[in-house]
Design a protein around this ligand. Structure first.
Ligand code: PLP
Length: 353
């Protein structure tokens, strides 16, 4: 280990993001980015911030954004927390709520960053198996624990848990925080924000990166009762008072205000997803029913790693995970209609020889 590092640093296992290579004409279906540009109103709002005002620190509370989110979701401004991407919001939530004497629960197949935060903050985790259909089974989350984190829709399966089943998990753990990461919820699942009033232990986290096409802006948020938000604010103000700059705040507010654009783009991604799912099934892929902006698929005769490599050689990137539960699957982000048509054509050529 490097002699300059704190002892803790040598024990970390950092998250490895999907690659962002510079290949000409690349079709990039590996990191679940939105294939469409952000709303033109976002670009205008960001551009308007690029001036003398940047001398000054931004509002440390991001009040304009909390206000916009609170009216959009029908909650109080004191029930909203914002951060530099939902990754930062999740990290603060792990720090604020999950450093407990008992391990937290998470699904065996889930967003792999959760385990990275556990190492970072010294949190123990128990991995809870999915059922035979790769679904989260709420009954397996009834045991004593230090907290629960699930993604809904789950990543990378894309499967959504109905709201009643999320509520069963929340109800089974009244003394622990249940964190529901809804990064993909806008593509077809039901948000648990409507349950926040009833459950003091529920924290819902969302992001502008996927459905609002703003992965490059870095804005995420959490909604929960004020006592949970206060816990997050305490961690945030012990770490970085200004996680969002003026540009981020203005861009995110404009994104929330352009509801029409949001609805059109989201419907487009869902329509393309369903079309691609049909094409892949015709190529004999098993396609899990997705409520997200990606498909999780496998083929009975072709190894996922081989398909990913063959696609890569034709300048199409998809994601393959090496962990044993899911190594037979590929995760394919939904692109434009043209990108998905090209993917389907290339896969047909590979599979039909
Ligand atoms: C993409 C993603 C995030 C992180 O989103 P950012 O807001 O860009 O940090 C969090 N959780 C899940 C499940 C994701 O897929």
């Amino acid at each position: 280990m490097n002699p300059f590092w704190s002892r803790h640093v040598g024990t970390l296992t950092p998250y490895v993001p999907g690659e962002q290579p510079r290949i000409e004409q690349l079709i990039k279906l590996n990191t679940n980015e939105n294939p469409y540009p952000p709303s033109p109103r976002v670009i205008a709002a960001i551009t308007a911030q690029a001036g003398d005002g940047l001398r000054l620190y931004p509002d440390p509370q991001s009040s304009a954004l909390k206000q916009a989110l609170s009216s959009y979701y029908g909650v109080a401004p004191g029930e909203v927390f914002v951060g530099n991407g939902s990754d930062e919001v999740l990290a603060h939530a792990f720090h604020a709520f999950f450093v407990q004497d008992t391990p937290i629960l998470m699904p065996t197949v889930s967003y792999s960053f959760y385990q990275v935060y556990c190492r970072l903050y010294g949190i123990e985790a128990v991995q809870v198996a999915l059922d035979e259909a790769m679904r989260i089974d709420p009954d397996r989350y009834r045991r004593p624990c230090g907290g629960v984190v699930i993604a809904n829709p789950n990543a990378p399966t894309g499967l959504a848990l109905p709201l009643e089943e999320v509520e069963r998990i929340v109800r089974a753990q009244p003394d622990r925080v249940v964190l529901v990461d809804e990064a993909y919820v806008d593509f077809g699942a039901e948000t648990a924000i409507s349950l926040v009033r009833a459950y003091p232990n529920l924290l819902v986290v969302q992001t502008f990166s996927k459905s609002r096409a703003l992965a490059g802006l870095r804005v995420g948020f959490a909604i929960g009762q004020p006592h949970l938000i206060e816990g997050l604010e305490r961690v945030k103000d012990s770490f970085n008072s200004y996680p969002l700059g003026r540009i981020e705040i203005a861009g995110a507010v404009a994104a929330i205000e352009d509801e029409d654009y949001f609805q059109r783009r989201r419907a487009q991604v869902i329509a393309t997803r369903e079309q691609l799912a049909g094409q892949l099934r015709r190529l004999r892929f098993e396609v899990l029913p997705s409520a997200a902006n990606f498909l999780f698929v496998r083929h009975p005769e072709h190894r996922a790693a081989d398909l990913a490599q063959a696609l890569r050689e034709r300048a199409i990137l998809v994601r393959h995970f090496k962990s044993p539960e899911i190594e037979t699957y590929l995760r394919i982000s939904i692109g434009t209609d043209d990108e998905c048509a090209r993917l389907a054509a290339v896969l047909a050529a590979i599979i039909e020889g």
